[in-house]
Design a protein around this ligand. Structure first.
Ligand code: SF4
Length: 381
């Protein structure tokens, strides 16, 4: 098992900190334009850190500015409804983070008058704030001597310090690194050091490559002489095949939807009434069984994935009257949603169905339908 050894570490601390200064300068030139680095506050750090967990920088760049514009303060975020937050989170995926962010904002308002405290223990006492996020709020949000050690930072420092290409990232490693860099954190800006290590791990020193000749830490890095000998990537998670029927019922510009309940995927979002017709996962409980015809494989379909499921979505169109006759007993409570409304909280798959239908509808009956049929401008993930 790869581990790092502080004992073996024999750098000159001053020399190392000089290299860190160069690293910070490199990061400032290349990455200070990132929107969450402009006008940093603890609140904006809370938002950006939650967005950046499990989502790429490129995607967060697209969504962070609008989210902050909509919720410029923690009070604004705490005062919004859960549904509004989910809508504003659209495009970022992993909606559980949006719910955690909302709950954390409410707790900070309730217990700290909307301030985000500096103490680690107070931060981790808030629901949804773990060790990593608490460290990020201290280091990046408050610029206090702490390191938020994500996989990128752990990898860079393990390579630099101990020549370990692929460290096992766990609590012990994080504690070791936190303690070891205490001095550097006291003399450099913790925020700038943390951000620059993240930038390096995301760009030049990734899990699958190391571009040492371009690296600001290249002079003394212990991993620099090592071959680019990276383990084969783990096979992606096994996926279950799942066939779903998405029932499309229109009423003027409205679409029939159901709300996903607590504990289900897409909790709090709306979907088209959906039924399972084939599932390799026999334990799946998310959707009722399809009670209709079984010639569905001939119908129009499109693929999506969610968690461990590879989904084929088959579209079944019917009228409201037919729906009531065929499915009302087996589908949960429904709501009509106006597709023209910007605030429609529809899942991505449901929007795809609506988009496909709108396009076909447009082709069938001409451009007078759908208020000019500007579907691509109002249906967004
Ligand atoms: S010198 Fe190479 S291995 Fe070391 S930190 Fe830079 S990119 Fe990573």
């Amino acid at each position: 098992m790869a581990s790092i050894s502080v004992v073996k570490y024999n750098f000159n601390i001053m020399q190392m900190e000089e290299e860190f200064k160069q690293l910070i300068a490199w990061s400032r030139v290349g990455f200070n334009h990132l929107p969450w680095r402009l006008g940093r506050t603890p609140y904006s750090t809370l938002v950006s850190e939650l967005m950046l967990q499990q989502t790429t920088v490129a995607t967060v760049i697209k969504h962070y500015p609008n989210f902050l514009k909509k919720y410029p303060t923690i009070h604004a975020l705490a005062g919004a409804s859960a549904e509004e937050i989910l809508i504003a989170w659209k495009g970022l995926g992993y909606y559980r983070r949006a719910r955690l962010l909302h709950q954390a904002a409410k707790d900070f308002v309730k217990h700290f008058a909307g301030n985000i405290p500096e103490e680690f223990e107070e931060l981790v006492a808030i629901a949804g704030i773990g060790d990593y996020t608490a460290s990020a709020l201290r280091s990046i949000g408050h610029n206090l001597p702490a390191l938020a050690i994500d996989a990128n930072v752990a990898r860079v420092l393990s390579r630099y310090q101990s020549g370990v290409l692929n460290p096992t990232i766990n609590r012990k490693l994080r504690e070791t690194l936190q303690n070891f860099y205490h001095h550097s954190l006291a003399v450099l800006s913790p925020r700038a050091l943390n951000e620059s290590l993240m930038d390096l791990g995301r760009t030049l020193c990734t899990a699958n490559k190391k571009l040492c000749t371009e690296c600001p830490l290249g002079k003394n890095c212990r991993a620099k002489p090592l071959a680019n000998d990276f383990p084969a990537r783990k096979p992606s998670q096994v996926k279950y095949n799942l066939h779903l029927i998405r029932v499309l019922v229109m009423r003027g510009k409205e679409i029939l939807t159901v709300k996903r309940c607590k504990g289900q995927w897409l909790e709090g979002q709306r979907e088209l009434p959906s039924f399972v017709v084939l599932s390799e996962d026999k334990k799946l409980k998310q959707y009722p069984k399809w009670p209709g015809r079984n010639d569905y494989k001939k119908w129009e379909s499109f693929p999506t994935t969610i968690t461990k499921y590879k989904i084929k979505n088959f579209i079944f169109r019917c009228t409201w009257k037919e729906y009531q006759h065929l499915f009302a007993k087996s589908a949960p409570e429904f709501e009509w949603v106006d597709l023209m409304a910007e605030s429609s909280n529809l899942s991505t798959a449901s929007l795809k169905v609506a988009r496909t239908h709108a396009r076909h509808h447009e082709e069938d009956v001409g451009a007078d339908c759908w208020g000019g049929c500007a579907t691509d401008t109002y249906i967004r993930d």
